[in-house]
Design a protein around this ligand. Structure first.
Ligand code: B16
Ligand code: MG
Length: 216
């Protein structure tokens, strides 16, 4: 037995929503009188909304009650949703559509494993939704990556044993989650950060069905 399913992270793998997260978090940080850099934003990739805010407050040595934190997180989300509402298929990352088409044509199951609570909106706007046989997002999971829950739920929904799944991830926490879940991982980004993955590539243009099957 070999490859049966591919599970995709969303932000940083299929679409570049990190730039919108950055702009919205920056806007929020500025209202709190804080600065927020792209380097700090890097550390929020794959991390849930509430945890991201907690980190930003920690970096600034700020504390506030949970109620206030929830208020700020939803303020940021409002701005973020406004930004992603204008997304189109042009914002799908290089190589993604070609690979998804090839997987579909070869009856490989396709699942989403994202921490985002806005994943469905993004998939709708970019026209990616019809490719997916199962969607697992931040509304479904209770434990964040590196916990393997998001991918294990995906495999379960697809009816595939984890060992026949390959995960595509741009965040080291996501690669760790895939490995903990007994799946193979392809890292999208740099070797230094994602070295634990079986294969690391710059983007999906470097991947076709044969490359994935060769991991087995
Ligand atoms: P939301 P992924 C993650 O998406 C993003 O990388 C991360 O920056 C974001 O905080 C998280 O989703 C939650 O997003 O605020 O939309 O629920 O990489 O897991 O697809
Ligand atoms: Mg990601």
């Amino acid at each position: 037995m070999g490859l049966e399913a591919c599970l995709f992270d969303l932000d940083g793998v299929l679409v570049d929503t990190a730039k919108y997260h950055y702009l919205a978090w920056k806007q929020l940080a500025n209202t709190l009188g804080l600065d927020f850099t792209e380097k700090e934003n890097e550390q929020l990739k794959g991390i849930s909304r509430v945890e991201s805010l907690r980190k930003i407050l920690n970096w600034a040595g700020m504390e506030m009650p949970q109620e206030k934190q929830d208020e700020l997180a939803s303020l940021k989300n409002g701005w973020y949703v406004e930004m992603i509402s204008g997304m189109t298929q042009n914002e799908v990352l290089p190589g993604a559509l070609k690979l998804l088409d090839e997987l579909k044509a070869n009856h490989i199951k396709i699942g989403l494993g994202s921490a985002s609570k806005n994943a469905k909106l993004i998939l709708d706007n970019t026209g990616l939704k019809p490719y997916f046989d199962a969607l697992v997002d931040g509304n479904i999971v209770s434990k964040s990556k590196p916990d393997p829950e998001v991918f294990l739920r995906g495999a379960e929904l697809l009816g595939v044993s984890p060992e026949y799944c390959v995960v595509f991830e741009d965040a080291s926490a996501g690669v760790e989650a895939a490995i903990k879940g007994n799946m193979k991982a392809i890292g999208i980004g740099n070797e230094e950060e994602l070295g634990e993955a079986q294969l690391v590539v710059e983007d999906l243009t470097a991947i076709d069905l044969r490359t994935i099957q060769n991991l087995f």
